[in-house]
Design a protein around this ligand. Structure first.
Ligand code: SF4
Length: 272
């Protein structure tokens, strides 16, 4: 029996993102690639044997092997995504999906008119669930919280990209609360003003796990760039539009930090 992954996350935490977009487009990509491989099965009918007698055999072998391998990879990944259960070879499949299949799925989404962000949210959800299925606890100094600079209040005069402690914790944006959280749990905390800076921060701090908060597009490129590093993606909130005074789900973030550090979930006070 195939049971749904116990690490399944609520779609509401992903702007309504559901795994079905990822699963559907992954299946469609695989089907299309298999159809392309069928060319190798058809070629022998067009006089390939007139060139060399062994060419049709090679062509059919390549076509059949390609279709079997691709179908197995796709099926294995879909079962892994749905059940959260890992089995031999599944990590190389994840690698292939992130590096090879995902750009193909984006192209397919564009051609079929599926909103790009829907696929991106779906992918982030799938990535997070797979990461939780293969969860490994980390020490605070190996956990990095990485944020985009748009979380900082746009009128704040303090420069934080080189030193987050330049923040005066005035309460106008979530940075002050995040610094208090960092002081409490001891994780690493950095703000990146772009992809290049983010990569530089990751290279210099060498974390074992990253909790990244950003928009769909930046999270996808962060997950792709950092692979095989574990990157848990959290979507930011954009009440003032993109890239301006963005917010983040602080209580969810704290639960995640506790989970990564192997601390028990925080008890919710019910009052007396
Ligand atoms: S909390 Fe820090 S970063 Fe945010 S506005 Fe105040 S001083 Fe600036």
């Amino acid at each position: 029996m195939l049971y749904k992954s116990p690490h399944s996350l609520p779609p509401s935490d992903y702007g309504g993102g559901r795994k079905r977009y990822f699963i559907g487009l992954m299946g469609a990509s695989c089907l299309l690639l298999c159809l392309c491989l069928c060319i190798f099965l058809i070629l022998p009918w067009f006089g390939l044997d007139l060139l060399e007698w062994w060419l049709p055999r090679i062509s059919i072998t390549v076509g059949l092997c390609g279709i079997v391998i691709l179908s197995w990879l796709c099926l294995a990944l879909l079962i892994h995504v749905y059940t959260g259960r890992a089995f031999a070879g599944v990590y190389s499949i994840r690698h292939m999906t992130i590096r090879f299949f995902y750009p193909f799925m984006e192209l397919l989404a564009r051609l079929t008119g599926i909103e790009r962000d829907k696929l991106r949210r779906s992918f982030i959800k799938v990535n997070n669930e797979l990461l939780l299925a293969d969860f490994k606890q980390v020490t605070p100094d190996r956990l990095l919280l990485l944020l985009p600079h748009c979380v900082q209040n746009s009128r704040c005069p303090h420069r934080l990209t080189h030193n987050v402690d330049n923040c005066r914790r005035c309460g106008l944006c979530p940075i002050g609360a995040l610094l208090a959280m960092r002081d409490q749990y001891g994780f690493r905390f950095a703000i990146a003003s772009g992809g290049t800076i983010a990569r530089r921060i990751v290279t210099s701090l060498r974390p074992s796990a990253i909790i990244a908060i950003a928009c769909e597009r930046d999270l996808i490129s962060g997950i792709q760039d950092s692979y095989p590093l574990a990157v848990f993606g959290l979507l930011n909130e954009r009440p003032h539009g993109p890239c301006t005074d963005t917010l983040l789900p602080l209580s969810r973030l704290e639960s995640l930090v506790r989970l990564f550090l192997g601390l028990p979930p925080q008890e919710i006070s019910t009052g007396s």
